[in-house]
Design a protein around this ligand. Structure first.
Ligand code: ZN
Length: 128
């Protein structure tokens, strides 16, 4: 059984390029959950896919919103240190990503949340 994602464009299996890839799941009101996952990359075209998401989040909707923000910041800082210390990753590699619970939530709420200073750490490319 093939366990790895397949790149449709290149017709090949993708390689796991980062374990413990951080996934921050957003909802209409902010961070919904913080997860560990695996990042897969196509060696031919560079397409990336996140899969292997852990069975339970590092922090989830049961925790207060402030705690979810605090945990996300801590996890990002720790994982960025790991990547900075490794020769394996190219400069500019982002070892985490933000995903929205739904297309419509993203369209209607992303600009508002991006403008909230409490969440500016999630969008380094925008605020830098
Ligand atoms: Zn490909």
């Amino acid at each position: 059984m093939i366990q790895r994602p397949i790149c449709v464009s290149c017709r090949c299996e993708m390689n796991c390029t980062k374990n413990c890839y951080l996934l921050i799941e957003m909802s209409a009101t902010g961070i919904y959950g913080v997860w560990k996952s695996d990042l897969y990359t196509c060696a031919d075209c560079g397409a990336m896919s996140v899969t292997g998401i852990a069975g339970s989040p590092i922090v989830g909707p049961d925790a207060p919103p402030e705690l979810r923000i605090e945990v996300a910041k801590k996890e990002i800082a720790a994982i960025e240190r790991d990547v900075a210390d490794s020769k394996y990753f190219d400069a500019g590699f982002v070892p985490w990503t933000v995903v929205w619970g739904g297309r419509h939530e993203r369209n209607s709420n992303e600009p508002e949340i991006m403008a909230d200073p409490a969440y500016s750490f999630l969008y380094p490319k925008v605020t830098a």
